[in-house]
Design a protein around this ligand. Structure first.
Ligand code: SF4
Length: 269
């Protein structure tokens, strides 16, 4: 039986086939970390920001009102995840650091957004800039799915992914993710998007043009993952030892299974 993959599962295989096995075949639990929890919070703020009633915003003080709204949303979402954050066992200064960093990212995003707004036509301009948000795409043909953070369908079609990471670079993993989004969008809508953009919330945007080559690469990777993940035996998924096994402040979720011989009952074997 084929599985529906995602950019994240395919990239996990490329990082380390054994990691893919533990996560997606054996379905071992993974630990949450602050980057995931914070990323989810920031994504939900950016999604809900566009639900505001813009007609109630006063033109004279719209900048201040938008700032208040986005920071209140962050506080609300942060409180909703309070238990998850507490369970990470971080020191209060560390939590404070991530909260402040999230505020700064959102305010930077808001500044860029307000630069594009036409303040003389606030409501119209806000609605024009409002993207389609968090849309799920599934391709039965290519056995892959993905959630696109923001889709702008104006004069040109632009698919945007938000990232809270501290690297300002479209690496191969991100390129594959964007290629898969372009593939999913094209298949569903019968036309290619013009570009795919990553909004690195800490730094700014980087975009790439959608070419046939980008989409073909994504198709090829989707096909390949189905071929190499048919087995349910751990031995068929080689370990790729490297910096992702253990680093100064942490280790791979499956380190103990790989290096400390923790028992594992293989599923379906
Ligand atoms: S510990 Fe290293 S070899 Fe083992 S699954 Fe994780 S990344 Fe792969």
């Amino acid at each position: 039986m084929t599985r529906i993959e995602s950019p994240s599962s395919i990239n996990t295989y490329h990082q380390c086939p054994r990691k893919y096995y533990y996560r997606y075949i054996a379905q071992l639990p993974t630990k949450k970390n602050i980057h995931q929890v914070r990323g989810n919070i920031v994504h939900s703020v950016l999604e809900e920001f566009f639900d505001i009633n813009v007609e109630a915003i006063q033109k004279e003080s719209y900048e201040l009102q938008f700032k208040t709204i986005i920071l209140d949303l962050l506080k609300q979402k942060w409180l909703e995840k309070k238990k998850d954050i507490f369970d990470l066992g971080l020191r209060s200064e560390e939590i404070g650091y991530y909260f402040t960093e999230s505020q700064n990212m959102l305010l930077q995003w808001l500044d860029d957004f307000m630069d594009k707004l036409d303040e003389d036509n606030l409501v119209e301009s806000f609605n024009e800039l409002k993207p389609i948000r968090e849309e799920e795409f599934v391709s039965e043909k290519h056995q892959v799915r993905g959630f696109i953070d923001a889709i702008h369908e104006g004069e040109e079609i632009n698919l945007v992914d938000y990232k809270t990471s501290s690297r300002f670079e479209i690496n191969n993993e991100i390129r594959l993710q964007l290629g898969i989004y372009a593939l999913l969008y094209s298949e569903k809508n019968g036309k290619k998007p013009d570009k795919v953009t990553v909004n690195f919330l800490k730094f700014g945007e980087k975009e790439i043009e959608v070419t046939d080559e980008l989409i073909e690469e994504a198709k090829e990777k989707c096909k390949n993952i189905q071929q190499v993940t048919r087995s349910k035996k751990a031995d068929d998924y080689p370990m790729k030892e490297g910096p992702l096994c253990k680093w100064r402040t942490g280790q791979c979720d499956f380190y103990e299974h790989c290096f400390e011989k923790k028992d594992l009952k293989e599923k379906g074997t």
